[in-house]
Design a protein around this ligand. Structure first.
Ligand SMILES: [Zn+2]
Length: 319
């Protein structure tokens, strides 16, 4: 009888949980809470190798733990590595940390889908109008916020067939060393898609409910994403700034060079992004309502890839 009561309770909890899952929404308030921590002055601009950056890493790790992601080998969310001589200004560099959490796939655990962003930024500079901290709210606390919110979402949804990997990279701004180290911990053949998220806090050149995908023509991943958004108010476009070579300038590039369909999603107006790499890149300049629509669109557009129904074509190997 007790057993029956317990299983009844468990079943009820299960129903409550799935009822909640169906009503999961992406709230601007939640995005604001996370991005304000990451872009706070106390993080000192999150320059790789500084205390401020490590503080941000610990915050992201605590979010991943709270969400209930699985840690990587060693029971840690921090993926620690050393810069090699020549990668930093002072010989053997300091220890740096990526932050990585896993949601194991239900039916295809050996196939990975990655959601990523870099959390490091430019640190502290020369004061301009009394401000010297590069808060990097858009670049890329915004993308990091998206990664945390996507982890929350997919954990609650609890139906991912493929394994989801949530990665926050350090050292993008000083040479992409975080994603380079990360990419060596995987067999690239097992990674079926990477959604890298960079600067989604402002509206794109097409206005609200839009973003672009770098390297759109290199695989059919963008087309799959567009297909999954049919009938919604949101549109993904090919990168309108091909001359800027954005595909090879962000953290997706390391895995893309290994053949992985790895693209960056962004709204940054590369010809007109007022606060790009300035001390004025602050949370107050962002459109968080639009940003959560982008995060939601990323979640929806990845649906069939996560379910194993769609597998994007590979990036042709560079010779
Ligand atoms: Zn960036």
């Amino acid at each position: 009888m007790l057993k029956a009561a317990i299983s009844f309770l468990l079943i009820s909890f299960h129903f409550i949980a799935s009822a909640q899952a169906k009503s999961i929404v992406f709230e601007a308030k939640e995005a604001e809470k996370i991005i304000k921590v990451l872009a706070a002055d106390s993080m000192q601009g999150r320059k790789a190798g500084t205390q401020g950056c490590e503080k941000a890493a610990l915050f992201i790790a605590s979010e991943f733990q709270h969400i209930g992601l699985q840690p990587i080998a060693g029971g840690q969310f921090l993926q620690t590595f050393n810069l090699k001589p020549g990668q930093s200004l002072s010989g053997e560099g300091p220890k740096l940390n990526n932050v990585v959490g896993i949601l194991p796939g239900k039916t295809k655990p050996g196939e990975f889908v990655i959601f990523s962003a870099h959390f490091d930024h430019l640190g502290v500079g020369v004061p301009e109008n009394g401000d010297s901290i590069y808060n990097g709210a858009n670049d890329d606390a915004a993308g990091t916020t998206a990664v945390i919110m996507l982890a929350q979402y997919f954990k609650q949804l609890a139906n991912n067939d493929r394994t989801l990997v949530f990665a926050a990279f350090t050292a993008e701004e000083i040479g992409g060393f975080g994603s380079q180290y990360f990419s060596k911990q995987f067999d690239p053949a097992k990674v079926v898609a990477m959604f890298n998220i960079e600067m989604i806090g402002t509206t794109s050149k097409w206005g609200k409910n839009t973003a672009y995908i770098t390297g759109f023509e290199k695989t059919d991943m963008g087309k799959i994403m567009q297909k999954n958004l049919k009938g919604t108010a949101f549109s993904f476009y090919p990168d309108p700034y091909p001359e800027q070579q954005l595909f090879y300038r962000s953290d997706n590039a390391t895995l893309a060079r290994l053949g992985v369909p790895a693209h960056t999603i962004s709204t940054a107006k590369m010809d007109d992004e007022k606060y790009y790499h300035s001390v004025e890149d602050e949370v107050e300049t962002l459109d968080l309502n639009n940003m959560v629509q982008i995060i939601k669109a990323i979640a929806e557009s990845s649906r069939t890839i996560i379910a194993g129904n769609d597998t994007p074509t590979r990036v042709p190997a560079l010779k």
